[in-house]
Design a protein around this ligand. Sequence first.
Ligand SMILES: Cc1cc2nc3c(=O)[nH]c(=O)nc-3n(C[C@H](O)[C@H](O)[C@H](O)COP(=O)(O)OP(=O)(O)OC[C@H]3O[C@@H](n4cnc5c(N)ncnc54)[C@H](O)[C@@H]3O)c2cc1C
Length: 386
Amino acid sequence: MKEWLIIGGGIHGCTIATFLLKNGKVDVHRLQIIDPSPVPMNRWRQLTSRIGMDYLRSPVVHHVDTHPSSLERYAKRLNFNNAFYGYYQKPNLALFNHHCHHVFNEIQLRKTWKIGYVNGLEYKDNHWTVRTSDGDSVSSKKIVLAMGVNDQPSYPEWAKELNKRFPEKVFHIFDKPLPSMENETLPVVIIGGGITAAHLANKICEDAPVIQVKRHPYRVHEFDSDPGWMGPKNMREFYMVKDFDERREIITQARHKGSITQHLFHKQKHLERRGQLKTITGEVMNCAIDDHSRFLLQIKNGDQLKASNIILATGVEGTLPGKEWLGKTIEKHGLKCSKCGFPIVSPELEWGKGIHVTGALAELEIGPVSRNISGARRIAERLAAI
Ligand SMILES: Cc1cc2nc3c(=O)[nH]c(=O)nc-3n(C[C@H](O)[C@H](O)[C@H](O)COP(=O)(O)OP(=O)(O)OC[C@H]3O[C@@H](n4cnc5c(N)ncnc54)[C@H](O)[C@@H]3O)c2cc1C
């Protein structure tokens, strides 16, 4: 029987494990992380490298270790070149990843690791039993749901059928790595106006002409919500709101969806000036395919675009992570959800007896930063204080 079992070994799951272990709340033999990948934070590494991200959006103090200055000290010790960028000291991605690896080695995270995909969760006789798709099961007194949202890419209606017919040429960047674009003369069309789309445009521009279609003019924000949401400045008022529909509305308003940083904005403008990138503000209505397998995108304003490939950077679905298998647990154990379908939890992030949540699942308690690294840290601190 485990003491703590974390479902999902991404940034959130691993940060929580680090805080629990370093604060002496559990030892490695009584902690289990279950994740389909053989290594920690695989999804993060996959996606960030796929889009060619160089620096994080979040500042130096947001990382997986307990002490806020841990990453800064690590960079100094390594004498890492170009470790941080700009006023907010945003970490270099390679440095950030090295630091995670270093911290996980230190706490021997591999001893907690179990490869598996959870597809069932049940409470009986004062403990939870977690089932995996290969028929295995593990019991634990406490559970943390840390599945993240990155496995639920959102496809616009017009792209769904095309993706089924031409999965190599029309796909969401969270679903597949980029194919080689070298010697591509026809433009690659990127759909989306946020930070993922901007990184992608920068990366693909090196090999092929790019057209980026976004539904709105550039939204430039340093972070994906105001820094006031990281602390009491905004959160004090948030906690005064007792109605969860209202909290959801506040979160939606506060998140700068589809926004990019100043640094990326300048990069985009630079590429536009050099003629490597064309940006169009408009909405794709539909997309046809001609006799030469070229895609013809119809834009609402009447423009038509020809493309060799269509890469979607259209974010993720707003549905509950793990809904397919978690639905049964919610029903059977009467776990409370708000109208938006997300958990209503205690300040300790407890949803039902011994079952805790993080990331998007904890949003109605942690607010707009819940999905980010700063959210992971806040949640990990609370869980380590139980
Ligand atoms: C490209 C990109 C850049 C970002 N940059 C930043 C940044 O600079 N700063 C910041 O604060 N935030 C950033 N974010 C937001 C956020 O920090 C990341 O999305 C982060 O990866 C979220 O961590 P997570 O653990 O919730 O999810 P993930 O990293 O997706 O990990 C979840 C894990 O759970 C596993 N899982 C899912 N279902 C199951 C199951 N049923 N059983 C077992 N395991 C399961 C998944 O396979 C995955 O390994 C970024 C996000 C993206 C996509």
